[in-house]
Design a protein. Structure first.
Length: 139
């Protein structure tokens, strides 16, 4: 189950997000949709980077029945990226959610040998989503 905390005025269709979550895990996930200002504060506090970002993941302890973790997405940044790449806000949020969820599941594109990129590509194809974050950032 996904618990969505939408702290913005943008309406979000959660159906694709729920399908992605159910495809990858049975654990509960918290999804916070927020502003650039709030995500910048979190980025500064937890990653020591004083700038807004598109998505952050916060895994929880691996204990029975505990939620997998929290994913925080800047809807402002997602809207900018959706417009830039010519797809919908919901598709961009789905891509960001997928990226964050893979991090919660232990994938890390900064240190792996392409495993996260491959997994992300496979899921994107399965759900017919636009190009992944990893691929876009490598161009």
């Amino acid at each position: 189950m996904i618990e969505i905390d939408n702290r913005t005025s943008f309406p979000i269709d959660s159906s694709i997000i729920e399908k992605i979550a159910n495809f990858l895990t049975q654990k509960d996930i918290e999804l916070i949709l927020t502003t650039d200002e709030e995500i910048q504060k979190l980025n500064k506090t937890f990653r020591h980077k004083d700038n807004p970002t598109d998505v952050l993941s916060f895994p929880l302890e691996s204990t029975p029945k505990a939620p997998l973790g929290s994913i925080v997405i800047s809807v402002e940044r997602a809207l900018q990226e959706a417009q830039k790449f010519g797809h919908s806000l919901n598709e961009e949020i789905a891509l960001l959610f997928l990226h964050g969820l893979l991090h919660l599941l232990g994938y890390d594109h900064e240190i792996d040998n392409g495993e996260m990129r491959k997994k992300e590509e496979d899921i994107i194809r399965h759900f017919q989503l636009p190009s992944s974050l990893i691929i876009r950032n490598q161009k």
